[in-house]
Design a protein around this ligand. Structure first.
Ligand SMILES: *Cc1c(COP(=O)(O)O)cnc(C)c1O
Length: 357
């Protein structure tokens, strides 16, 4: 029996995608082998790689003057790859809205003169700083943001006011809502949250930013090299790329990102609405900055939090424990989480409240 899996990442995948992968695992397209047993330079895999790239472009409406790269190392590797590729003047500004943003900043300081333009750390990362008030230094090469903050459950609704290149980490929200790619110089995302199994990282980068990598930039992190080689400079993560293709096809058949955004907003509205109307559960995030992907919440005390997680698990609602930095619970309600999962969670929350008030 499949459970409703609220894990933050790796996370739940669409059932039809898993079923198709299962069906094709022993014999992909009459080749007599699976897609993960064949050369990445052979026709079948090259077709998968190309179609996945093309479909992501279509789904996100990515302009032609952007490259779409499939790389490895996770979003964490991008914390280094971004400065190694984009620094020309040697300095950049970061906005700290969570643990991953802080890690990106810290990694960046190894490569250049980095500054924190704004931070919500002192408030436990419960809001996104007001972009109207954020000032940046002159001559910076980029501003780094974390669009959706997976651990603390916040998301940007307004972009920084700057002429510098805008870089954003969309690991936990890529393809969840319509985004104007042209506003960004670079978008990156680990695939294991809202797309595919772990092992693949998506980089969407404006072509004019390519070709300035630092001489010490490892070849694998050099965007221009990956771009020139169609992301096949070395052996790529074949399985996650194939799974991404299946997810992209599924997403397109669902109606694409605008339809998915509506569903995601409906799911989030149901869950936040229930929490706000309850005197038992609480979400600490500023209402205007609430994530539609990751919903943290608490009960009146830590003992009840632990009991909640344990009893939810027994009821087929799993991986609801919050990140150790945030405590409490967190429901990650990515694209692949059906609205039925959110309704089942709310029903359980009602029952738990009645029994433990
Ligand atoms: C999960 C996550 C990361 C880290 O991703 P890895 O692929 O594990 O390196 C970075 N940023 C955000 C926003 C995340 O949610």
């Amino acid at each position: 029996m499949r459970v409703f899996n609220f894990a933050a990442g790796p996370s739940t995948l669409p059932l039809p995608v898993l079923e198709q992968a299962q069906k094709e695992l022993l014999d992909y397209n009459n080749t007599g082998m699976s897609i993960i047993e064949m050369s990445h330079r052979g026709k079948p895999f090259m077709a998968v790689n190309d179609e996945a790239n093309q479909l992501l472009r279509e789904l996100m409406n990515i302009p032609d003057d952007y490259s779409v790269l499939f790389v490895q190392g996770g979003a964490t590797q991008q914390f280094a790859a971004v400065p190694l590729n984009l620094l020309k003047n040697g300095k950049a500004d970061y906005i700290l809205t969570g643990n991953f943003a802080a890690k990106a900043y810290e990694e960046g300081t190894k490569y250049g003169d980095m500054a924190i333009a704004a931070s919500s750390k002192d408030a436990g990362y419960t809001f996104i700083p007001d972009m109207k008030d954020v000032k940046f230094r002159d001559g910076i090469d980029y501003v780094h943001t974390t669009y959706n903050n997976t651990i603390f459950g916040t998301r940007y609704t307004e972009l920084p006011k700057t002429d510098a290149t805008l870089v954003t980490d969309m690991s936990s929200c890529i393809l969840s809502e319509v985004v104007d790619v042209s506003k960004f110089g670079l978008i990156y995302a680990g695939a294991q949250k809202n797309i595919a199994p772990a092992g693949l990282t998506i980089v969407i980068v404006k072509k004019e930013l390519l070709g300035n990598a630092s001489p010490i930039c490892p070849v694998m992190l050099n965007y221009a090299v990956q771009d020139k080689n169609n992301s096949l400079y070395n052996t790529p993560p074949c399985f996650p790329i194939y799974m991404s293709l299946l997810v992209f096809r599924w997403l397109k058949a669902m109606g694409g990102v605008p339809v998915m955004q509506k569903i995601n907003e409906e799911k989030a509205k149901l869950l936040y609405g229930f929490i706000d109307n309850s005197s038992f559960y609480k979400n600490k995030v500023a209402v205007k900055d609430r994530s539609i992907m990751n919903v943290p919440f608490i009960t009146p005390n830590e003992e009840l939090d632990a009991k909640f997680v344990s009893e939810a698990t027994k009821n087929g609602l799993v991986s609801l424990k919050g990140h150790r930095l945030a405590g409490g619970m967190r429901a990650s309600i990515y694209n692949a989480m059906p609205i039925e999962g959110v309704k089942a969670l709310i029903d359980f929350m009602k029952k738990f409240e009645l029994e433990n008030k």
